[in-house]
Write a protein that binds this ligand. Structure first.
Ligand code: HEC
Length: 301
């Protein structure tokens, strides 16, 4: 039998979209689990989450097709009603509401179960293999590991029993690791009651202000108000022209993803920012917007 070596596919080509379409074939237990997730109408469970290192916590989840979920941990609650996702922080008693950008929750705490919402579960896997058999909380399971690259190299190992129930998983991303073991998991044939997916703010909770989305258009408005006329195409003080995305990038003052290393962010932040020269410093919100935009990859649109 041919052994498939377990390594990441290195995509050294510009046509990565085409290369990515070559899916790895999922090991039988995972393929069969994926199929049962696609068929299920609801999925609920409770698990213990152990971050390594870190304090253990409990997670409970209620998933309902096509796109509703509630996830509760000791620290946070996420509720998605199919249109908006509300994130509630217990310690500060604050919550915020954002438009749902994907029906699949991104919380690490429910990684393997979140495949319930995927049209083709584990399609993103770039490698997959079956591991050993073991017993997890009295359930006989097979370990199946999938690997993919999500900024960091990430490995998820799901613990699957012969009835296609996932009793937990291990999730490793870069230096970080989580071990998640289920107390109880239930698959259902019918969608869950809508009431589970309505967020009711607890007494005294405050709604956090939504920060403007960090697009170049919004960053550019900050430049228009604060950096002109010194950094226009006519007046490129310090060789910096902030009048367009292209000229900004030519100035070499942005390290994509890293605001702390970007000259653009360094000159406007800190206790005594040097820019805008001879004017009052940018508001916290404007500084944060520029930082977020760089963090998000400093894109042109
Ligand atoms: C009143 C004019 C003026 C304004 C307004 C101004 N700058 Fe500058 N900027 C300068 C000058 C002049 C330099 C050249 C270096 C120096 O003299 O400090 C400079 C240099 C820079 C540099 C190059 C790094 C450095 O410190 O030399 C960056 C980045 C920069 N400015 C960003 C900004 C940003 C962002 C804003 C708006 C938030 C802004 N500047 C507003 C005049 C200005």
């Amino acid at each position: 039998m041919r052994q498939r070596s377990f390594s990441f596919v290195i995509l050294a080509t510009a046509v990565s979209a085409v290369v990515l379409a070559q899916q790895v074939s999922l090991p039988a237990p995972l393929a069969s689990h994926a199929k049962s997730m696609v068929e299920a109408a609801s999925l609920t469970g409770t698990a213990t989450v152990q971050p390594l290192p870190g304090e253990p916590m409990t997670v409970s989840f209620w998933f309902s097709k096509p796109n509703k979920y509630r996830i509760e941990t000791n620290e946070k609650t996420w509720v998605c009603d199919g249109q908006n996702v509300t994130t509630y922080d217990k310690a500060s008693n604050t919550y915020s509401v954002a438009t749902m950008d994907s029906p699949v929750p991104k919380s690490v705490e429910v990684w393997a179960w979140a495949s319930f919402f995927e049209k083709e579960p584990y399609k993103y896997a770039q490698a997959a293999k079956t591991g050993s058999k073991r017993t997890v909380k009295g359930h006989k399971v097979t370990e199946v590991t999938v690997g993919w690259k999500d900024g960091e190299e990430t490995l998820g190992t799901a613990y699957l029993d012969e009835n296609n129930v996932c009793w937990g998983f291990n999730y490793k991303s870069g230096e970080k690791e989580w071990v998640v073991l289920a107390e109880q998991v239930t698959k259902g044939d019918a969608a869950l009651e809508n009431s589970k997916f309505v967020f009711t703010a607890p007494a005294g909770a405050t709604k956090a202000e939504m920060v403007a989305k960090a697009t170049f258009a919004s960053v550019s408005k900050v430049f228009q108000r604060n950096c002109m006329p010194c950094h226009s195409s006519n007046q490129q003080a310090g060789g910096v022209d902030l009048s367009s995305f292209d000229t900004l990038m030519q100035a070499n003052i942005v390290v994509s993803g890293k605001p702390e290393e970007s000259e653009l962010y360094k000159v406007i932040s800190g206790p005594r920012p040097s820019m805008p020269k001879n004017r009052s410093k940018l508001t916290e919100a404007d500084q944060k917007l520029i930082s977020e935009w760089i963090k998000d990859g400093a894109k042109g649109s």
